[in-house]
Write a protein that binds this ligand. Structure first.
Ligand code: SF4
Length: 289
């Protein structure tokens, strides 16, 4: 199953420019963008993971993590393969990075079947998660529209690398988001993720200003983003948007290209917690422990 993308523009010589995320890849005929799932086929941009679900599960909403939105409920959680980031510490690298070496896999499921399953399993929401939803945004929208018509809420779990276009395209269908704020350093985003911090900060503010419920997650990696200054800067930023925005400080486990790192210590997570509270945050949560 694949479908022509909506968020792109045609260029000369059968090139296309994808508008789904802040990379805005210009893609030659026969090639894919950075995410590996949006492919230029004869001058048309195709979403090659449309309806190709790599993971589907009924999860407690707290696992997203969202602690302040429909607490105690279940979210039907779905993802495809691929990502617009390349994080060396990715905890889901087996699905997020596979498309970059051409491995596209998943079970074909239609938006209708997803919504039927959500209702059947007593879920109150559908979460687009496990890999980055901006890269399969047209599929998200088709599911989200149908979900809304059936009384379900829609949740994005994202790295925040949306473009202005994809944000505008999806915002009216989304009720809650959990956005990663991986670091407060541009150099970290450039080196380890292949993106930039500025865009992520802008998107956090945009979602918040649109009245969408926002929670933030930071995966704390020993030696990389666990200094007091880093925690303080992240907490300060969140507080500047709204002190009530929940901040999830999550424990890292060695994965992918960071097998040489240690598991985050409890002390480090507790230090982040204290700094968050000191900066005035009302809802700081330690996770993955
Ligand atoms: S979603 Fe982002 S990474 Fe993927 S092709 Fe579009 S602009 Fe490039």
């Amino acid at each position: 199953m694949q479908k022509e993308c909506v968020l792109y523009e045609k260029k000369k010589l059968k090139k296309v420019r994808c508008l789904a995320c802040a990379h805005k890849c210009v893609i030659n005929e026969g090639k894919t963008g950075i995410c590996g799932v949006r492919k230029n086929e004869n001058g048309k941009l195709m979403l090659i993971v449309y309806g190709k679900v790599s993971s589907i599960n009924v999860d407690p909403i707290e696992k997203k993590p969202l602690y302040h939105f429909l607490p105690g409920s279940y979210a039907l959680s779905i993802g495809t393969v691929g990502c617009n980031f390349k994080c060396d510490f990715c905890q889901n690298f087996d699905i997020s990075q596979s498309s970059k070496s051409g491995k596209i896999f998943g079970e074909e499921i239609s938006p209708e079947e997803i919504v039927i399953s959500a209702v059947k399993y007593n879920c109150k929401s559908i979460a687009y998660t496990y890999n980055e939803p901006a890269i399969f945004i047209e599929f998200v929208k088709d599911c989200a529209k149908l979900a809304k018509e059936n009384g379900l809420k829609n949740i994005l779990v994202t790295n925040g690398y949306f473009s202005r276009e994809s944000f505008g395209y999806i915002k009216e269908y989304i009720d809650a988001v959990n956005i990663d704020l991986k670091s407060f350093k541009e150099s970290f985003y450039n080196k380890y993720c292949g993106g930039n911090l500025k865009n992520v900060l802008e998107i956090i503010k945009k979602f918040y200003k649109s009245g969408i419920h926002v929670e933030i997650t930071t995966l704390v990696i020993p030696g990389l983003n666990d200094s007091d200054t880093e925690f303080r800067n992240i907490a300060k930023f969140i507080a500047s948007v709204d002190k009530k925005i929940p901040w999830h400080i999550s424990r890292f486990f060695p994965k992918y290209r960071m097998l040489n790192k240690k598991i985050t210590s409890k002390e480090s997570l507790e230090k982040a917690y204290e700094i968050g509270i000191k900066q005035g945050l009302k809802n700081v949560h330690i996770g993955n422990v």
